[in-house]
Design a protein around this ligand. Structure first.
Ligand SMILES: NC(=O)C1=CN([C@@H]2O[C@H](COP(=O)(O)OP(=O)(O)OC[C@H]3O[C@@H](n4cnc5c(N)ncnc54)[C@H](OP(=O)(O)O)[C@@H]3O)[C@@H](O)[C@H]2O)[C@@H](O)CC1
Ligand SMILES: Nc1ncnc2c1ncn2[C@@H]1O[C@H](COP(=O)(O)OP(=O)(O)O)[C@@H](O)[C@H]1O
Ligand SMILES: [K+]
Length: 511
């Protein structure tokens, strides 16, 4: 699903209005009707107090139009206009008049007034600001938002939580609505997926308001939300007459004394995702552990017992995954540097492989083109430097990807695969995956996908999705807290099955 910027959304509006020969307030009516249908299908006329806080722009206009529809259906509503500017939008005014025609007079709030009481059992509709926010809020508006936030009432935000800009962090986090649920028009917004701006809402949902498909389909976006529809076409089916040689030979290099488990997890994930053959390259101390824990994998060892000091792989594998648990000893850094000079197969680089690159950026030029780097936030910061906010981080990551001709997987709640100017945002996974070794599993999975013939970019996008899905299937049995990296691996198979499960036909009753 494409993620549009605010200016693209305004363009989509204009395009739709002109192509469908409608008026802009018709589009607002569609938005309000979609909001109303959502609420009505859940409340079924229940007499709960609904308090609508509406700004004076089009977000406010949506709220005012919604108020009219709610009133027509007998809901108990109070409408407050947050009068933060004299510059009211045309469609806001049209809808305000329609409300007044029905003898419904909103209460106007301004800097001098006291705020209305909010009961914990009220439902708040937040239509104060939408995607048009472009400067700091006046303090009294910020204080109203605080007043709503402390009420503990259910807050339904229209389009986005009010007070949240579309392309930067809010200047004051207490001046942003904490939304229980966001009903966002037509397309998801980038701010829902970034760690610093995604915290303002519990859940989001997209409402179709009929923006013109021609514009939506033909417009390129920097970011895409990756779901099943985007992943299925990437899937490479296993062929009936294939043999293990068709699915590549992956080599996983890493480990040091006390950290052999990281390699075991990566190898096991690499096999479970479907690599034909997997060989581990570890220090001598890892030999027995690996051969015992993972009989399917082959093991090559370094001459040294505790850490990797040279990397001698006597064949050319399909792909290498390198870095997990490897340490950053001088001897290992040297071995890694020599390895990079000679390697031609694409790499998946994680953990200490990334830490070494960050400390010795001159090595970056030897990383094969199209390699995949999988940093968590701290490793990313070592690689690309400090960032001002998540938007700056994404721009710096794109620059890094272009400069070094690599694919970056920025790991997190919504991991983002960065390839040059494009970002692919993952939408699977859960907080149960914030556990030791889950990153090693991801590295093994991406390596195993490249081994089978997925391109490095597709392997990164597909791997991140499947990894999250395996975690999502895993929590069904283990809950968040008890989910361990091993359970993510054990559920890779079920994640594939879930991915390939045909959608249930609509309107068919289960017997
Ligand atoms: N296609 C769609 O998705 C559709 C979207 N629709 C809806 O339109 C919404 C966008 O509406 P919008 O452009 O009128 O902007 P909105 O957020 O209501 O702000 C109002 C104005 O406030 C101003 N302003 C900004 N910051 C400020 C500040 N700190 N303090 C004080 N004032 C400030 C600024 O005006 P300025 O003063 O800068 O001229 C701004 O224009 C969108 O979120 C969705 O709900 C639907 O109706 C139809 C289809
Ligand atoms: N809250 C979360 N929601 C979804 N996925 C998460 C969450 N926290 C962590 N993950 C995933 O778990 C993995 C953690 O990787 P990493 O920090 O490298 O772990 P480790 O170093 O222990 O292997 C990443 O793929 C990340 O996206
Ligand atoms: K809003």
């Amino acid at each position: 699903m494409k993620i549009f910027t605010a200016s693209q959304i305004y363009d989509a509006d204009k395009f739709t209005i002109s192509k469908q020969q409608i008026k802009s307030d018709d589009l607002m009516e569609r938005a309000a009707t979609a909001l109303f249908n959502w609420i009505h299908s859940r409340l079924n006329g229940a007499q709960v107090n609904i308090k609508l806080f509406c700004g004076i722009g089009n977000n406010g206009g949506d709220g005012i139009a919604l108020a009219r529809l709610l009133q027509e259906h007998g809901y108990s509503i109070s409408v407050f206009v947050v009068n933060y500017s004299e510059k009211r939008s045309k469609d806001f005014l049209i809808n305000l008049d329609r409300l007044k025609d029905r003898k419904l007079w909103p209460e106007f709030l301004d800097s001098d007034c006291s705020f209305p009481d909010i009961n914990q059992n009220d439902i708040i509709v937040d239509a104060i600001f939408g995607i048009g926010l472009n400067r700091k809020l006046d303090d009294w508006v910020g204080n109203l938002i605080k007043h709503i936030n402390v009420s503990n009432a259910f807050v339904l935000s229209v389009d986005i939580p009010s007070g949240l800009p579309m392309d930067s962090n809010p200047s004051d986090s207490s001046y942003v609505i904490r939304a229980s649920h966001v009903l966002s028009f037509q397309v998801p917004k980038l701010i829902f997926f970034l760690p610093e701006t995604g915290i303002y809402q519990n859940q989001w949902e997209v409402l179709d308001i009929g923006l013109d498909p021609e514009y939506l389909n033909s417009t390129n976006t920097e970011y895409q939300l990756i779901g099943k529809n985007e992943i299925l076409p990437l899937y490479r089916p296993r062929l009936k007459f294939s043999h293990k040689g068709n699915y590549g030979h992956a080599v996983i290099i890493g480990g040091s004394y006390g950290k052999i488990g990281a390699v075991q997890l990566a190898c096991s994930a690499c096999l479970s995702v479907g690599s034909g053959l997997v060989t581990a390259y570890v220090p001598e101390c890892g030999y027995n552990a690996l051969q015992t824990a993972l009989p399917e994998a082959m093991v090559l060892t370094d001459d040294e017992d505790d850490s990797i000091t040279k990397i001698n792989v006597p064949f050319v594998p399909s792909v290498y995954g390198i870095g997990m648990g490897m340490g950053t000893e001088e001897k290992t850094i040297k071995a890694f540097g020599t390895f990079l000079k000679n390697v031609e197969s694409p790499l998946v680089i994680d953990a200490d492989g990334l830490n070494i690159l960050a400390k010795h950026p001159s090595l970056l030029k030897d990383v094969p083109k199209g390699s995949v780097l999988t940093p968590h936030p701290k490793e990313l910061q070592r690689l690309i430097g400090e960032w001002e906010d998540d938007f700056d981080k994404l721009n710096k990551a794109k620059d890094f990807s272009v400069k070094n001709n690599c694919i970056l997987v920025i790991k997190g709640a919504h991991s983002i695969v960065i390839h040059a100017e494009k970002g692919y945002i993952n939408n699977t996974g859960n907080p149960g995956m914030a556990t030791a070794g889950s990153g090693d599993v991801l590295t093994g999975m991406i390596t195993g996908l490249i081994s089978q013939g997925y391109s490095p970019l597709n392997a990164a996008i597909f791997g991140v999705y499947l990894h999250g899905m395996a975690g999502d299937v895993g929590v069904m049995d283990f809950g968040y807290e008890a989910l361990k990296a091993t359970e993510i691996i054990n559920n890779i198979g079920k994640a594939y099955i879930e991915l390939l499960r045909p959608p249930k036909p609509e309107n068919v009753k289960e017997v």
